[in-house]
Design a binder for this molecule. Structure first.
Ligand code: CA2
Length: 150
């Protein structure tokens, strides 16, 4: 099983700025936790891509379209990018939208709308780094079940 973990703009700064909002874990810490979890689940192959550029995120979605699933934190592009939404609609594998913070509880109302939610399997929002771990578990469970039923 192969899962892409895709992270959008500014998430490379995680752990270094605004830890009260986004937590103390760096993106490298989250990668380590996900790799441990992937191993516990029986050796899921993970690829990690972070970019501050919309087109590079779209290229990563296209390049992994024959993988088994995508965990995506689109960061601010979540709230603006019809192009990333189109890229997710153009592939057939399931994607889960994740957010460290509960975007619906944030004071900025522009964070309450997601262009990605309508084209993803679902959203995990508000659990810090645990949002990523939950999304990996959910994708694993779905793909493993589909493989068993095939
Ligand atoms: O809660 C999330 O995971 C977000 O996707 C994070 C985005 C924000 O625009 C979304 O509304 C919710 C922001 C990522 C910015 O990352 C930073 C990391 C460290 C310091 C400052 C920003």
């Amino acid at each position: 099983m192969r899962i892409l973990i895709l992270n959008g703009p500014n998430l490379n700064l995680l752990g270094h700025r605004e830890p009260d909002v986004y937590g103390y874990e760096t993106l490298a810490d989250i990668e380590t936790l996900l790799r441990q979890r992937a191993e516990d689940l029986g050796g899921i192959e993970l690829d990690f891509v972070q970019s501050n550029h919309e087109g590079e995120l779209i290229d990563a979605i296209h390049a992994h379209r024959d993988w088994d699933g995508i965990v995506i934190n689109g960061a601010a592009f979540t709230h603006s990018s019809t192009a990333i939404a189109d890229a997710l609609s153009s592939i057939t594998i399931p994607a889960i939208e994740v957010h460290l913070t509960n975007v619906h509880a944030r004071p900025e109302t522009w964070r309450h709308h997601s262009f990605l939610s309508p084209v993803t399997w679902g959203q995990v929002s508000g659990f810090g780094y645990r949002s990523y771990l939950a999304a990996l578990d959910l994708l694993y469970s779905r793909v493993a079940e589909e493989e068993q039923n095939a």
